[in-house]
Design a protein around this ligand. Sequence first.
Ligand SMILES: Cc1cc2nc3c(=O)[nH]c(=O)nc-3n(C[C@H](O)[C@H](O)[C@H](O)COP(=O)(O)O)c2cc1C
Length: 227
Amino acid sequence: MSSGMSPAASDGLAFDFARLDTTARYKLMSGVIVPRPIALVTTMSEEGVVNAAPYSFFNVFSDDPPLIALGLQHKPDCTRKDTTRNIERTGEFVVNMVDEALARAMCDCAAEFPADIGEPEALGLALSPSTTTRAPRFAAAPFALECRKTVSLVFGPNREILLGEVVALHARAGLLDPQTLRVDFAAYRPVGRLFGDFYTRQTDIFAMARRTPGEIMAARGARTDPA
Ligand SMILES: Cc1cc2nc3c(=O)[nH]c(=O)nc-3n(C[C@H](O)[C@H](O)[C@H](O)COP(=O)(O)O)c2cc1C
């Protein structure tokens, strides 16, 4: 066990991140912060090869401007992955969201094919043209977000966090109500990442309305109005 664990914790375990090695930090961060959505990112190389790779250090961070973030880790020798290099060169990428039907292909896109071999072509995955980016999208993706790089924050020799602005969104027919813009989660069937080889389906959804302070206190049997 990494030396960062506190032996004094009586009500569970406590970890001092300054004393943890990178493996322990990775295990804790990616095992605890779950489930994470998966961005299956398509990019275009200088030679016109379409690259695809999954990224679960990914989420939405703003709707105005519409920003998403990707946590791009470099390879062990600190050289950049194909996705990172292609975005750096072109300033654009497509985030393909992953549903249950696309999950196996998403995972296979993480295989380390050489840069001159595109995962979609090697795996026989159909692509559709994008409207604003040269990088195409997966024809089978439930949703695809065309993005432009906004800024890249570099943390040491092997990490970077990239913010991208969404410029267009494609939705497969039957997943989104065009009037209300509400997503039909039962039809979408998104897949999230837990840790390592473990993933999750969103098949046990529950509703919970937000309450006012008055409603909360009334439910607790307490008064909020002056006595
Ligand atoms: C589900 C899943 C999530 C992943 N998330 C990340 C991530 O957030 N950041 C990262 O650097 N690599 C991540 N990886 C590993 C990359 O997908 C892998 O290194 C891939 O080969 C990179 O391909 P590229 O060189 O074509 O960009 C993930 C792999 C899987 C299977």
